[in-house]
Write a protein that binds this ligand. Sequence first.
Ligand code: TXA
Ligand code: MG
Length: 327
Amino acid sequence: MLLAGEDPIAVERAAQVLAEGGLVGLPTETVYGLGARADRDEAVAAIFTLKGRPSDHPLIVHLAEPGDAAGFAADWPPVAQRLAEAFWPGPLTLIVPRRPERAAAAAAGQGSIGLRCPAHPVARALLRAARERGVPGVAAPSANRFGRISPTRAEHVVEEFGDTLLVLDGGACPVGIESAIVDCTRGHPVLLRPGQLGRERLEAAAGEALREPDDEAPRASGTLEAHYAPRARLRLMPAPMLNTALQVLGPGEVKLALYSRTVRLPPGSRLRHKPMPLQADAAAHDLFADLREIDALGVDLIWVEEPPPDPAWDGVRDRLRRAAAAS
Ligand code: TXA
Ligand code: MG
């Protein structure tokens, strides 16, 4: 059931559902989340069931205010403080040591917890209203079935889970790709997933280099190779290779769509073409909705032009590589 996120009565209703241990679809600035109160393990278990997500994959806990982190974090390393000051509320998740008695199911039993204070006004209104009802934080993965494309519009959430779920409609998510994740539990910060915030901006605020995840990095489905997959197979190619591939393609060989910034279809081609926005932020904003739209054409294959090497494209490049790896 879709309710208008700007309607205070709808927000109160959603907060009540959360307080009672139910699930709610909520908009954030990154993607839509599937939320449950983080302090109730049965409520959180329902998320794993509905998503089809393995129960050993931890969820992010969303907070009304940065200060609410203290309720979940056993320790707050200085680098977490610097990053939170720079980017909260906003599209950044910080992994910190967890208070042992808190949010065990949300953390999937890990000794750490992922925390994020989102900036979306509807998310903030909901988190505040839930907190007034005694909810200290809302555990929420992206509101898609496990391994599929994250939802960036309320209708996508309904497509994933049907009409019985209460979904607050906050319009199209302004950022469009999931939050950046920095692990602050290991003595040195580790970039688990880039988002709109890429390595450069995060390092500038952290005041130190972010390491790459190694084998000891915690398990994170958003960091699995194969993720964010459309139904069609997706292949990423640099522009010159893509141009050549299009030239040698026989007519009607495969049901193929092109998703590209600079590469155009050869004259007379009857393939489907979806232009990718030229700017990184716009490309992130449109990425998942575009992939859903292309998938809905019923093509077997999506050929995608590799984004530029510029750091501004880190997040989009990361999601496309994972989608290609899943194919
Ligand atoms: O932008 C986002 O982050 C969205 C919105 C809804 O906030 N959420 C999201 O959640 O993308 P999800 O569950 O799809 O991806 C969160 C990632 C997963 O890869 C999860 O494994 C990782 O964060 N994660 C959460 N808690 C963790 C922890 N304690 N240690 C390591 N990784 C963690
Ligand atoms: Mg996800």
